[in-house]
Design a binder for this molecule. Structure first.
Ligand code: MG
Length: 157
């Protein structure tokens, strides 16, 4: 059996916050605002995995008003999500992601992000891909006020 899952997230950008993508910190003027560490890619991937396995969504698992998740490491949240997905017998076939922001440039960090995700999701890096896009100056993301991420995964069992 195979299942696809789609995940999306957006976080505002603010001075004094870290800019994290799948646990990899990128040098940046502003970072992701969030109740957790704000790692937009970890959140989108968590939702893709939960969607494919029909186990819920990240907001249900880690409610943003719960003090337990204040400043939480989102890669630990992803580990928790993936443990539940694995517990249902699923394995990751592949994961593809798009990160949308004006700055910083994502591509120089692509390999570090792929390695981080391959480790977390127990696959080789050839099953993980990450692309960087901008919004060509349009909208909140284009004005450098936010970062978005999309993720699609395929699971099998
Ligand atoms: Mg989020």
């Amino acid at each position: 059996m195979i299942r696809t899952g789609l995940g999306y997230d957006i976080h505002r950008l603010k001075k004094g916050r870290r800019f994290l993508l799948a646990g990899v910190e990128l040098p940046a003027q502003k970072g992701e605002l969030g109740h957790s560490d704000g790692d937009v890619l970890a959140h989108a991937i968590s939702d893709a995995l939960l969607g494919a396995s029909a186990l819920g969504d990240i907001g249900e698992m880690f409610p943003p008003n719960d003090p337990a998740w204040k400043d939480a490491d989102s890669m630990k949240l992803l580990d928790t999500v993936f443990a539940r997905v694995k517990n249902e017998g699923w394995r990751l076939v592949n994961l593809d992601c798009v990160i949308i922001c004006e700055t910083p440039k994502v591509i120089p960090y692509r390999e570090a992000i792929r390695i981080s995700l391959a480790k977390a999701l127990e696959v080789t890096t050839d099953r993980i891909f990450v692309k960087g896009k901008t919004k060509e100056g349009l909208g909140a993301v284009g004005q450098g006020k936010a970062v978005e991420a999309w993720a699609i995964c395929l699971l099998e069992k």
